[in-house]
Design a protein around this ligand. Sequence first.
Ligand code: MV4
Length: 498
Amino acid sequence: MSKIKKLLVANRGEIALRIMRTAREMGIATVAVYSEADRLSPHVKFADEAVCLGPPPSKESYLLGEKIVNVCKELGADAIHPGYGFLSENADFARKVGEAGLIFVGPSPQSIEVMGSKLAAKQAVAAYDIPLVPGTEEAISDITVAKARAEEIGYPILIKASAGGGGKGMRIVDSEADFEEQMNRAVSEAQSAFGDGAVFIEKYIGSPRHIEIQVLGDQHGNTVYLFERECSIQRRHQKVIEEAPSAVVSPEMRKAMGEAAVGVAKACNYYGAGTVEFIVDEQLNFYFLEMNTRLQVEHPVTEMITGKDLVREQILVAEGNRLSFAQEDLKINGHSVEIRVYAEDPKNGFLPDIGKLVTYRRPQGPGVRVDDGFEEGMDIPIYYDPMIAKLITHGENRQDAIDRMIRAINDYRITGIQTTLDFCRFALQHPAFVSGDFNTKFVELHFSPEKLEPVFTQEEQELLAALAVEFFQKEENLLSPTHPLHAKPSTNWKNRLI
Ligand code: MV4
């Protein structure tokens, strides 16, 4: 057991802030690192100390593992939290941190390594009773053998890269005639993208749900699950809406998935916070896909329904403490939804829309949480992920959490850049989402840009503003029945004004 006194957070934006807030609550001093693009960022201002790593590109700043370890030693910090992305799932980095006598707030390098390879992960869990999608458990080396296996499984099949993940390097094959060509392409793609040409095949599950289980393990062999997150609402492998619990998971299915997830964690001697990803078919059969060995973007929905602070638990476990609660102590309280607010334009193919946050006002109120890393007036840098905020709501039940989310979206004020807020409201109000009966095809099935409420161009907005000014300058118009004071009040207090 070694108490952490000073924690370096090797990340930026909302997650760096979120981690430092918990550290401060635990009496731990914080060190921020930043790139030249993030000099004025809230995570830098919040930290007790901050060190510039270099120019804006990640490779010259947030990915400089050795430099980060050196900063840590120089400032006398005793631990590094990697957040998500960047160095969070880099086994070599985790190893270097340990070799420098520092604590890596995350799993062991061995766990990261095993789960970083889809094939090694499948092989590791083979001894446990974990449902896997029918397929090959080893890399394909002989095309004739592979074709025979594909025939057994039945087309369509999916070719996946072992070193891939998050949907990279996947290919659907509809019939044997296409097999060889698709496989050769998959191998050369995997070789050039990941430096590892190993591929394997799986039965293709057509319209799956993506449901994942949060797990937490200590260094003494105790592992618990903190229930599921439903993450099926995504666009090109980028999650848009997440919720906990899932509308389709029964208590029995929850227990079965939770125990399978704990099995996956045990198969790689996992400690820390991790997420076991499953795909769920239309008959609600679930299959283990991969394990993410980091804190995830969507962890807040789990925190909202369990009352646990996952970063606090990560830190306690990294210090060597035993988990302070058992599986039976965990209960689901209500329902939570998260949307990711991206600086992207849904009306224009979701192109990143960088620029200045001219207006930025967060929604507030009961059951509303905003995790963000920007302030009004700041520029959104082009170098990093376009996610500017996460908006999370909690309610007694699913509909309350959704209603509250729509209210919070309506209260959010962002100008200067286009965001995915309107798109999220569209999704949340869609009958398929409201019913809970949806899968990973939701966006391609139900969304097209014209479904968003029409908005005015910049020119039209200026014209309307000018007309409005002129209109209200005439005193008689204030008494006219078209004045906003007379128009459809959302509450009736305004009626009492006149
Ligand atoms: C699949 C699949 C269908 N069948 N595997 C995509 C991300 C990676 N984690 C695994 N993925 C998938 N694997 C089989 N055998 C469909 C997907 C998939 C998907 C999975 C989760 C969330 C969104 C997805 C979107 C498209 C495809």
